[in-house]
Design a protein around this ligand. Structure first.
Ligand code: HEM
Length: 186
């Protein structure tokens, strides 16, 4: 994955647990890398090892950390570094989710070697839809949950996520039933 993912993970850990925790996590993961370069590719194993090491060092389930990382990704990384891209993808949570299937195609213009996830929306109503998530990577379902929660925060829109099918439990792909309330007045 591009280095920006590992950098963002570092940002989340440093924000929430401090600089020293990140140094311990890198040591535990055997990641002998001082600084991750955003637009350079790194083996996925580095990212997975960092998450596993964070779980050991911080004594928290990896699923919880991945979810927190998803929130951080939207609320901090994406908004601070790619604000225009995020804003162009929709003015409401509903619009953003409907455009999500095309989102990484635009990200690929910046990161040409991106191996993005695939999203499909079905059963769309005014206040809900089914989000289908496909990936050639395993174990990132909690990340998607966190990303969705982050989007709810970004649009000040209370969001409800129910997982209807789970790849880790044998389903062909993950399916989330996502519903939301009306956005809070700005
Ligand atoms: C400006 C915002 C965003 C940028 C720049 C971005 C970029 C990236 C990058 C660089 C990766 C790693 C893949 C690789 O390096 O090959 C990635 C993966 C991923 N992105 Fe995004 N992304 C953004 C927003 C989002 C949003 C809003 C969602 C969903 C709600 C999302 C869902 C994911 C998921 C689930 C993965 C994990 C890869 C997988 O499942 O195979 N991203 N993205």
């Amino acid at each position: 994955m591009y280095g920006m993912v590992n950098k963002a993970l570092e940002g989340m850990v440093v924000d929430q647990f401090g600089e020293e925790a990140w140094e311990r996590i890198k040591a535990e993961a055997g990641a002998d890398i001082d600084v991750f370069i955003s637009n350079q590719g790194y083996p996925d194993a580095i990212t997975y090892n960092l998450v596993a090491a964070a779980s050991t060092v911080l004594n928290r389930p990896a699923t919880e950390l991945l979810e927190a990382f998803g929130v951080h990704w939207v609320v901090k990384t994406a908004r601070e570094g790619y604000g225009e891209l995020m804003e162009a993808n929709g003015r409401t949570l509903r619009e953003f989710l409907l455009n999500l299937p095309n989102f990484h195609a635009r990200v690929s213009l910046i990161f040409p070697h991106l191996q993005p996830p695939r999203f499909v929306c079905t059963d769309v109503t005014d206040q809900s839809l089914r989000l289908h998530y496909y990936s050639h990577r395993a174990g990132l379902t909690p990340l998607v949950q966190g990303l969705l929660r982050g989007l709810g925060q970004m649009f000040s829109t209370p969001i409800h996520i129910e997982q209807e099918a789970e790849r880790a439990a044998g389903a062909e792909h993950d399916i989330f039933r996502v519903s939301w309330e009306r956005a809070a007045a700005a």
